[in-house]
Design a protein around this ligand. Structure first.
Ligand SMILES: *[C@@H]1O[C@H](CO)[C@@H](O)[C@H](O)[C@H]1NC(C)=O
Ligand SMILES: *[C@@H]1O[C@H](CO)[C@@H](O)[C@H](O)[C@H]1NC(C)=O
Ligand SMILES: *[C@@H]1O[C@H](CO)[C@@H](O)[C@H](O)[C@H]1NC(C)=O
Ligand SMILES: *[C@@H]1O[C@H](CO)[C@@H](O)[C@H](O)[C@H]1NC(C)=O
Ligand SMILES: *[C@@H]1O[C@H](CO)[C@@H](O)[C@H](O)[C@H]1NC(C)=O
Length: 425
């Protein structure tokens, strides 16, 4: 009986919220914010579909709440993409595939369709409304930066952020959406733990890193208290040669060819760094936010490894029955999820899985390949099958994220109502 009345109240409040949001929407439609109207003319000439913001998008339906949004297929989306390299300045040079002559554009015209429900395409207005007064940090490697830049481009239909970075160091950025008092933080930490170059003249000498598997990388662990959401990721850097430390002592290394050292697989380090990163988060007294683990996004080198001429030349997504998560990809994924579950079980902080692995496994067509630079340029990753072109499939991560933030709001609401109920008894 009590539960029923809670449900009824939730429904009433949901209706109130929907009405409030419709009002906000109507107001916004008639009185667009200045930054929007200035990009609007720009946008309409480039033929990009305008943003719509229907009340129907706001509510999460029951089938969506129960649905596993991460199991599904890519389906054609003639409306995409939602920005171009002409409307968005935030595209990283090496992911500006159209600039460097990528001949096909079909890879920008897909959206993710979960098997059990529909996942709405990202709505930048709704997102900014939901994160008003909040902040979101990306912690990890350049694929995390890739995601942040995708979001800046998707949000550029509403507003561009201003650079409020504490230093000029490109590894630590802050972007602020002034009209929404919303901030993105970016923390470069490809190994998530304390690391260093083994050689005094930098890692380029032998390419060897020292990884301190049980030591926090304080450049981010001491900074997250201010953030409401933290999206954490790591993966591709663990294929590099490195010497592994635990308790301040060398425990082994990966492909380092130093005398008397135990060779350890990258999975050894991978498990320990997630354990350490989650321990750091669980130990932050003042951190009240939600941590999203953005799971490993597989690379798609075919016919060779990254440094042996491997490339990614496909022009359409796989269907889910055409490929399988296996080998190292599966191992890395399982390790992440296991360590994530262990951290969650401590019940100290909120942990959520932004489980992009399956969706991205199906996108061999979304990487820059050789279109991340001019043909005559001498770059390390000549055929890039790791990062994602912008616009491109990584834009769908925003669809997932918005859904999860809505779920978070719903959860908070239910908790508050239950607390209220308890007090009334
Ligand atoms: C955008 O891409 C086009 C090709 O579609 C290219 O000609 C142009 O230089 C690019 N512009 C920017 C600003 O990257
Ligand atoms: C902006 O948000 C922060 C929290 O992220 C809050 O402390 C601050 O008071 C807000 N400022 C305004 C002007 O609302
Ligand atoms: C390697 O181990 C052997 C036997 O324990 C020892 O004699 C040798 O000095 C060690 N070499 C290095 C470089 O530590
Ligand atoms: C995968 O599924 C699709 C649609 O159900 C089907 O048409 C196709 O033949 C299947 N492909 C394979 C390799 O099983
Ligand atoms: C590319 O750069 C590397 C390191 O900077 C250098 O060793 C190599 O010779 C260069 N290759 C070409 C083709 O210029």
């Amino acid at each position: 009986m009590e539960l029923m009345s809670v449900n009824k109240r939730i429904r009433n409040i949901a209706i109130l919220l929907a009405v409030a949001l419709i009002l906000v929407t109507v107001i916004r439609l008639y009185y667009p914010v200045p930054s929007y109207s200035s990009v609007a003319s720009y946008r309409s000439s480039s033929g990009i579909a305008p943003a719509s913001y229907h009340a129907g998008d706001v509510e999460i339906t029951d089938d969506q709440e129960k649905c596993d949004i991460f199991a599904g297929e890519w389906v054609p989306n003639p409306e995409g993409p939602y920005y171009t390299n002409k409307t968005c300045w935030a595209i990283h040079e090496h992911q500006n595939c159209m600039k460097y002559g990528r001949p096909d554009s079909g890879f920008m015209k897909w959206r993710w369709k979960p098997d059990g429900c529909d996942l709405p395409v990202f709505n930048p207005y709704q997102f900014l409304d939901m994160v008003r007064g909040k902040s979101l940090a990306f912690v990890g490697d350049s694929v995390g930066r890739n995601q942040m830049q995708s979001m800046i481009c998707l949000l550029s239909r509403v507003e561009y952020p201003i650079d409020v970075s504490p230093t000029s160091d490109e590894r630590f950025k802050r972007w602020k959406y002034e009209s929404y008092n919303f901030t993105f933080g970016y923390f470069w930490s490809p190994f998530l733990v304390r690391s260093g170059s083994r050689d005094s003249d930098g890692p380029m000498h032998t390419g060897l890193f020292n990884l301190y598997l049980d030591e926090f990388d304080e450049s981010w662990t001491t900074q997250i208290d201010d953030f409401d959401y933290v999206i954490i990721n790591a993966g591709h850097w663990f294929t590099r040669t490195a010497v592994y430390y635990e308790n301040g002592h060398i425990v082994g290394c990966r492909f380092c060819q130093l005398p008397n050292m135990t060779d350890l697989p990258m999975t050894y380090a991978y498990r320990r760094v997630f354990r350490t990163a989650f321990k750091a988060i669980n130990g932050r007294e003042n951190f009240k936010g939600v941590t999203f683990l953005r799971t490993f996004a597989p690379s798609h080198f075919e016919n060779g490894l990254w440094n042996q001429g491997g490339n990614c030349l496909r022009q359409r997504p796989f269907r889910s029955n055409e490929t399988l998560l296996e080998g190292l990809n599966l191992d890395l994924y399982m390790i992440q999820v296991e360590e994530f579950r262990a951290a969650q079980r401590e019940e100290k902080k909120k942990f959520r899985l932004l489980d992009t692995t399956q969706a991205m496994l199906l996108r061999p067509d979304g990487h820059p390949s050789r279109y991340g630079h001019w043909p005559n340029e001498n770059v390390t990753l000549y055929n890039d099958c790791v990062h994602w072109c912008l616009p491109g499939p990584i834009d769908s991560w925003a669809d997932f994220l918005l859904h999860m933030i809505k779920m978070e709001a719903r959860r908070t609401y239910k908790e508050k109502l239950l607390q209220h109920q308890k007090k009334m008894q």
